[in-house]
Design a protein around this ligand. Structure first.
Ligand code: 5RP
Length: 222
């Protein structure tokens, strides 16, 4: 059983006619978007707010009407993936590099439904390196300051050059190993000049849809 597909498709049950829906980024929410595309073809009336250029392209290909974040006040529900989630519904996101737009969309969503496979549900966040979006100017200095918080930042690379986000920035993947206070770290990181945003999502998600390889789907509600 494809656990990501199970979770991704299950989450679509939360989407209702007339909703403005935040569309996340990644290989799990891909299944949600695919299913939404089929439902739209059969008459579901929704509009999507994409969290990345790749999701925007996918939504357009599938015929899902999209609107820009700038033209909305509030989003009814966002479906997105995560790299890790803990029992407090705190998340690490940004494995795909879309964390800034994802966080902006999540911050104006009435509901954030996270889709993931069972391997991502963890007791402590931090085994997955925390993605931090940083501006290219002086990135080495920014990494030194992040390093002083007790982690090893590594500049994300793609084809031997720095990975560039949809916003023209770099990503530092920060190996913390174990994050004890996600809320504090979230604020501390964002106080460093040069940091645009980090991948800790605290008090944002309210629903975790967890697909299992045995075919079951667990739903955790906050
Ligand atoms: C992209 C993200 C993704 O949602 C996260 O990396 C999970 O991706 P996937 O579903 O492909 O495992 O935060 O920035």
């Amino acid at each position: 059983m494809n656990a990501k597909q199970l979770a991704g498709e299950k989450a679509v049950e939360y989407v209702k006619d007339g909703m403005l829906v935040g569309l996340g980024t990644g290989s799990t929410v891909y299944w949600s978007i695919l299913k939404l595309g089929k439902l739209v073809k059969h008459g579901l009336d929704i509009k999507g707010v994409p969290t990345s250029k790749s999701t925007e392209k996918l939504a357009i290909e599938l015929g899902i009407p999209i609107v820009d974040l700038s033209s909305v006040d509030q989003i009814d529900l966002t479906v997105d993936g995560a790299d890790e989630a803990n029992p407090n519904f705190e998340l690490i996101k940004g494995g795909g590099g879309a964390l800034l737009r994802e966080k902006m969309v999540a911050s104006v969503s009435k509901r954030l439904v996270i889709v993931m496979d069972e391997t991502k549900f963890v007791t402590n966040l931090g085994r997955f390196p925390l993605p931090v979006e940083i501006v290219p100017f002086g990135w080495e200095m920014t990494c030194k300051q992040i390093n002083s918080l007790g982690c090893k930042p590594a500049l994300r690379m793609a084809n031997n050059t720095p990975f560039i986000t949809d916003n023209g920035n770099y990503i530092a993947d920060c190996h913390f190993e174990s994050i004890q206070d996600a809320s504090k770290l979230n604020h501390t990181l964002n106080m460093i000049p040069g940091v645009v945003e980090n991948g800790l999502f605290v008090q944002m998600a309210d629903t975790l849809v967890i697909g299992r390889t045995d075919g079951h789907v667990d739903i955790l509600l906050k």
